[in-house]
Design a protein around this ligand. Structure first.
Ligand code: AMP
Length: 506
């Protein structure tokens, strides 16, 4: 195949009049229209001199154009770099520099800001608004259309996805064409997706869940998505009667069951309700089941590996577990220190191997090496165990990752910014249970002697430097941080101390 990913997901749809996306305002986009736009954008990229392997960064709000640019990158052989639309300019500049991006596309406001920092740089900067207007489209008038995709092979990189590092420095996972093809094919078959499906898509599109799990599976079977720009209970409830399936994070389901409008009748016809990206508690799974008669199918995955395991489509879906390894994927539980394999019932680090596993971290060969065992198994950093029936349970994380509303926050990144605020001596950022977000970011601050920094000012400072979801929900002042004999902050004890902080006050 000339360009395997393009051929699997986009080709042969040039004359397909079926709807790919439907929107809240009653409008829709057919596959034929979608592919035509992909060719248009791909031609623009070619006319401005982008070559296969060049990095293209995209930071725009969720819209159909996000998916058009994705398709055009695959067609033109570019490496797609989707960026969280709430990333700050500082964060964006880091991604651009680290990935040596050739072109960045964003809205007018962001571009205006970026240009101040990239005056002498040779990075191309174009605007694209969520209605499709912008400087990029004006180039289209002179671009020559071509349906011929660039040649790519399975090991070529299709996308770079940044995941925050525990050291505070985000790393980019190199996702290959093979990773994406193998995983979407596996999911499509395992979850029985077909052309008849209508998926509610309320997820962000810059993250692997909304982009590669949801969108790729739908593209693979030429099905339809109800494209909602941002999750909200009413919009989702309104379209439930039209949908056959939904993919979401646990927070979606906890919010849905709060609504008196969620009824058995509304969901009765739905064939599949999927949750992932963060732990779905047994409690929530059971409550959802009581309300709707539908058992949510929980699956487990990560940016670096795409999807790893899933509860079964047929048969028992065991609440509180993430099911079994997907076909073609091997999972084992090992002692994180020794690497020795552990037997059923024992907690250890989850390791896996399969065509779904990424090629490594961009320009970080040492980091990549550290995360792979000699026999090719990838170390997830998650702690888990197999129960007696072989269902995998994720019980925690080796790293201190906080997952709030399905989005990842690495404490170190927040602490570094907090500590740079005048009057803050040191800080510890932890995740504690939250009734709505699953986990919430909480900052514990030790102030400099004689100084009492104003919380309002700290919050403003953080919001100027970090995406909003990474900013702490609350700030607590202490005299000193608990530490062990080696001077390490005992975050576990902080988490214990404040575990009911948000559950008590709500
Ligand atoms: P991301 O790279 O943003 O997809 O985040 C991956 C991390 O999310 C994993 O390493 C897990 O810690 C967590 N995760 C994803 N799905 C689940 C799940 N179903 N249950 C528990 N944790 C999950």
């Amino acid at each position: 195949m000339k360009n395997p990913l393009f051929e699997k997901l986009f080709k042969n749809k040039e004359n397909d009049e079926n709807v790919f996306l439907s929107f809240g305002d009653g409008t829709s986009l057919t596959y034929k229209e979608y592919v035509k736009m992909i060719y248009e954008f791909s031609s623009i990229f070619s006319s401005i001199g982008l070559k296969p392997g060049d990095r293209l960064a995209l930071k725009i709000e969720k819209s159909l154009y996000f998916l058009v640019v994705y398709g055009a990158c695959v067609h033109r052989g570019l490496i797609f770099l989707p960026i969280n639309d709430s990333a700050t300019t500082k964060e964006l500049l880091y991604f651009l520099k680290d990935s040596e991006t050739r072109i960045v596309i964003s809205d007018k406001e962001q571009v205006h800001e970026l240009k101040k920092f990239l005056i002498n740089s040779d990075v191309l900067i174009e605007t694209l608004e969520k209605d499709g207007t912008g400087s990029l489209r004006t180039i289209a008038k002179c671009a020559h259309f071509s349906a011929e995709p660039e040649v790519r092979n399975l090991q070529d990189i299709a996308a770079l996805l940044y995941t925050s590092g525990t050291t505070g420095r985000p790393k980019a996972a190199m996702i290959t064409h093979e990773n994406l093809i193998s995983n979407s094919k596996t999911l499509m078959e395992f979850w029985r997706f077909s052309r008849k499906d209508i998926l509610i898509h309320a997820l962000p599109v810059y993250h692997t869940h909304g982009l590669f799990v949801a969108t790729n599976v739908i593209l693979m079977v030429s099905a339809r998505m109800i494209f909602i720009s941002k999750f909200d209970v009413d919009s989702v409830i309104k379209v439930l009667p039209k949908a056959t399936t939904i993919m979401g994070v646990p927070t979606y389901y906890s919010r849905l069951i709060e609504s008196p409008n969620l009824t058995k009748e509304l969901t009765q016809h739905m064939r599949l309700i999927i949750s992932g990206s963060a732990p779905l508690t047994k409690e929530l799974s059971d409550k959802f089941f009581e309300r709707t008669g539908k058992r949510i199918l929980e699956r487990y995955g990560m940016t670096e590996t795409n999807m790893i395991s899933s509860n079964p489509y047929f048969g028992e879906r065991r609440a509180g577990t993430v099911g079994h390894a997907l076909p073609g994927i091997k999972i084992r539980i090992c002692n994180p220190e020794t690497g020795k394999r552990l037997s059923r019932g024992h907690v250890g680090e989850v390791e896996l191997k399969g065509k779904n596993v990424f090629r490594g971290y961009w320009k970080m060969s040492k980091k990549t090496q550290e995360n792979f065992r000699h026999d090719g198994f990838f170390r997830t950093g998650d702690l888990g165990k197999f129960d007696q029936q072989g269902f995998l349970e994720i019980v925690g994380r080796l790293k201190d990752l906080i997952i709030t509303g399905g989005l990842n926050v690495y404490p170190k990144e927040v602490e570094t910014i907090l500590d740079s605020f005048s009057g803050v001596k040191e800080s510890a950022v932890i995740g504690v249970p939250h009734f709505d977000f699953g986990e919430a970011v909480l900052a514990v601050i030790i102030s400099e002697t004689g100084s009492v920094p104003d919380v309002k000012h700290i919050a403003q400072y953080l919001e100027g430097n970090l995406a909003k979801y990474k900013c702490p929900k609350e700030y607590i002042f202490m005299n000193s941080l608990p530490r062990n004999n080696l001077g390490k902050v005992l975050k576990k004890s902080l988490r214990e101390k404040y575990r009911n902080y948000f559950t008590n006050i709500e």
